[in-house]
Design a protein around this ligand. Structure first.
Ligand SMILES: Cc1cc2nc3c(=O)[nH]c(=O)nc-3n(C[C@H](O)[C@H](O)[C@H](O)COP(=O)(O)O)c2cc1C
Length: 428
């Protein structure tokens, strides 16, 4: 359990941690005790790899995990302050389901819930939902844009003060404060209203991770957080500006959307200790698993010399276009071989990796924030809870010393703790 693709083989870890509720609860408690904003769960709705090269699938732990919304509902009842963000796909759900489930989790958690909007990228997911092929990229995103419009519309069904609960007059709610969406579009026909009331934070936090043009448009129109996979500060600055520049035409300000960069810290008390941890983690990566990771961006490379150069990806057909592009650029820039590239990706997937002391990690974080390349970070520990504990014990005190991290939660809801305004209802 963790972002490192060989984490399950780590000698200190329970190999089946990804299926154990207690493992997640432990991580959530550590994060909450140390005042993290939120716990973020990525998701895929199926085993998203095929067995190419042969023997790779049975060597991977990413084939069993718990369904995130179910998991977060359980965590909501055992935590009080930490935000809980789960991923769900717009391709294989209906907007009413998503609005209702996340709306309910937002009630259960008293305003601490968020939805990471994804369109899914694998053929294997399509096979689980009555389709022989995955929807093409443009259709997927067109559907996603309309999907999010419908969900946010449904979340505006009730004004905050709609429920009067007047036992005397027998009036449960004020009729004028209920709004029927009546959406009829290309992909969806949804009357509404939603059978869940408005939450303490107005509506769940919306997160988006796509980097493409249309992904950014969805983020600029509706989202509170963009989760970015960026490894290079210069390209991150461009991406940051590109996302923020789209906000004003959507009637929003730069402060309404936070850009969080995925960060994998490998921290030691000395640089040598950190490098040694990195080296130990590298040893956990099986070459077959390494090649299977590259397959979704580059196709099967097992016939090539692993110590030779990385070939150019076919971007049109890559499931994760932005990742394929980024991996290729990284390999070009740093002259990485196929083996070096998969080792790099397996360490932290597409996230920024900093190997060093607490000061090195804090320096990098400050540098990215001060350069307007990030508003914050989504910490993606290699293996849990150990790498999270390293961050908590070593890096957090350093960040606090520099006045860069809170001592206590500022508010009750996730939105308050993120410093975000409650969005106005479309009927206001
Ligand atoms: C940091 C990051 C995290 C992502 N997490 C998920 C996920 O949990 N589940 C999923 O199906 N897709 C995930 N994606 C895929 C994106 O939602 C999106 O479909 C993909 O990046 C392709 O869109 P793009 O070309 O606009 O980037 C993630 C992407 C990024 C960059």
């Amino acid at each position: 359990m963790g972002y490192h693709l060989g984490a399950w083989r780590h000698p200190d870890l329970r190999a089946d941690a990804a299926s154990q509720f207690d493992s997640y609860l432990n991580v959530a408690k550590i994060a909450e005790e140390n005042k993290f904003d939120l716990l973020f769960l990525a998701d895929g709705i199926g085993i998203r790899y095929d067995d190419v090269p042969k023997g790779s699938l049975c060597r991977s732990s990413h084939n069993v995990e718990l369904e995130p919304l179910t998991l977060l509902s359980a965590l909501a009842s055992r935590t009080r302050r930490i935000g809980l963000v789960a991923t769900a796909s717009t391709t294989y759900n209906e907007p009413y389901h998503i609005a209702r489930k996340y709306g309910s989790l937002d009630q259960i958690s008293a305003g601490r819930c968020g939805w990471n909007v994804v369109t899914s990228w694998s053929e294997q997911e399509a096979w689980n939902f009555n389709r022989a092929k995955h929807l093409d990229y443009d259709t997927r995103y067109e559907r996603a844009a309309e999907f999010v419009d419908v969900v946010t519309g449904l979340w505006d069904s009730w004004d905050a003060d709609a429920f009067v609960h007047d036992k005397e007059s027998s009036v449960f709610y004020d009729e004028s404060k209920l709004h029927v969406l009546g959406h009829v579009g290309k992909h969806f026909s949804v009357r509404g209203p939603l059978s869940v009331r408005r939450s303490a934070q107005g509506r769940p936090i919306l997160v988006q991770a796509g980097t493409s043009e249309v992904g950014q448009q969805i983020a600029a129109k509706h989202c509170d957080i963009v989760f970015a996979a960026q490894q290079n500060i210069e390209s991150a600055k461009k991406y940051y500006a590109s996302v923020k520049n789209r906000l004003s035409s959507n009637g929003r300000t730069e402060d309404d959307l936070l850009l969080m960069v995925g960060l994998t810290p490998i921290v030691g008390r000395t640089r040598d200790e950190a490098q040694e941890k990195y080296r130990q983690l590298e040893e956990l990566i099986d070459p077959l698993v390494g090649l299977s990771i590259l397959k979704r961006s580059f196709g099967d490379l097992s016939h090539l010399d692993l110590d030779g150069p990385v070939p150019k990806p076919d971007l049109e057909n890559a499931g994760l276009r932005s990742s394929a592009q980024m991996y290729y650029e990284t390999a070009q820039r740093e002259g990485l071989s196929i083996r070096q590239l998969y080792k790099r990706i397996a360490m932290a997937q597409e996230h920024l990796t900093v190997v060093g002391t607490a000061s090195d990690v804090a320096d990098a974080m400050e540098q990215w924030m001060d350069a307007k390349a990030a508003d914050g970070f989504n910490i993606a520990p290699t293996h849990l809870p150990h790498a999270l504990n390293d961050f908590v014990e070593l890096v957090l005190p350093e960040l606090r010393r520099r006045g860069r991290f809170r001592d206590e939660y500022e508010g009750e809801t996730l939105r308050e703790n993120l410093g975000l305004q409650v969005p106005r209802s479309m009927y206001a």
